[in-house]
Design a protein around this ligand. Structure first.
Ligand code: AP5
Ligand code: MG
Ligand code: ZN
Length: 216
């Protein structure tokens, strides 16, 4: 099964994609994570995208399309993948359809996680992530069971994203509304689009997604 999960910054794309990937044996492909890894490793792509990422702008379509096109060819994607944060422009969505067709693959579902802007700034400014395994947490909504210790791997080191300041989140939201919202129209014309209410708690959003997928 190949899925797209999309929604605004802080909607819970990463949180839900990670759980879904684990439960269904799929691979989570987050373009944001891939680009952050490229920036950290100071690769050629990392140098090209650093500034756009820090300011909350989108990086060029060509770069992310290239990353995804190569990644879905890897053997671990054969059982299916969850695209988290890609596509986020109509040009990316068109390129995705074309590249999957060329590889004899298809998209089974597109899950939109819908959340109003007011909730999102608090979600993002409270976020922190395990430095070792990448598990995501939140100061209020998803605290580790034991303070300062990752539930998944026991690490005591956590990181925060450079683009998670309130100011940058507001730019990311503007970019979402102008460049990514048109995807709703793009996918609404197809039978694979499902919208879930992302303002509910994490377990409830998960239930809605499972129901949507089981009903396909
Ligand atoms: P990306 O990394 O994709 O960031 P984003 O889209 O802004 O989304 P986030 O990762 O911030 O949010 P999320 O929806 O994953 O929420 P999460 O689950 O963490 O992209 C970063 C940058 O990379 C972009 O700005 C751009 O520069 C570039 N980029 C990436 N892809 C690109 C592309 N395709 N094209 C061009 N440029 C691209 O949850 C957030 C917090 O809330 C967490 O703390 C979590 O614990 C908590 N939480 C989650 N769900 C709930 C809930 N239901 N209730 C309460 N709390 C919750
Ligand atoms: Mg994310
Ligand atoms: Zn961990």
């Amino acid at each position: 099964m190949n899925l797209v999960v999309f929604g605004p910054p802080g909607a819970g794309k990463g949180t839900q994609a990670r759980m879904l990937a684990e439960a269904r044996g799929l691979v989570q492909l987050s373009t944001g994570d891939m680009l952050r890894a490229a920036v950290a490793a100071e690769t050629e792509i990392g140098k090209q995208v650093k500034e756009a990422m820090e300011t909350g702008q989108l990086v060029s379509d060509d770069i992310v399309i290239g990353l995804i096109s190569d990644r879905v060819d890897e053997p671990d994607c054969a059982n299916g993948f969850i695209l988290d944060g890609f596509p986020r422009t109509v040009a990316q969505a068109e390129a995705l359809d074309a590249l999957l067709k060329g590889k004899d693959k298809a998209l089974d579902a597109v899950i939109e996680i819908k959340v109003d802007d007011e909730l999102l700034v608090g979600r993002i400014t409270g976020r922190f992530t395990c430095a070792k395994c990448g598990e995501g947490y939140h100061e209020i909504f998803r605290r580790p069971e034991q303070d300062g210790v990752c539930d998944k791997c026991g690490s005591t080191e956590f990181t925060r994203r450079e683009d998670d300041s309130e100011e940058t989140v507001r730019s990311r939201l503007k970019v979402y509304h102008s460049q990514t919202v048109p995807l709703i129209d793009y996918y609404s014309g197809t039978s694979r689009m499902r919208t879930v209410d992302g303002s509910q708690d994490i377990a409830d959003v998960r239930r809605q997604i499972e129901e949507a997928l089981n009903g396909l």
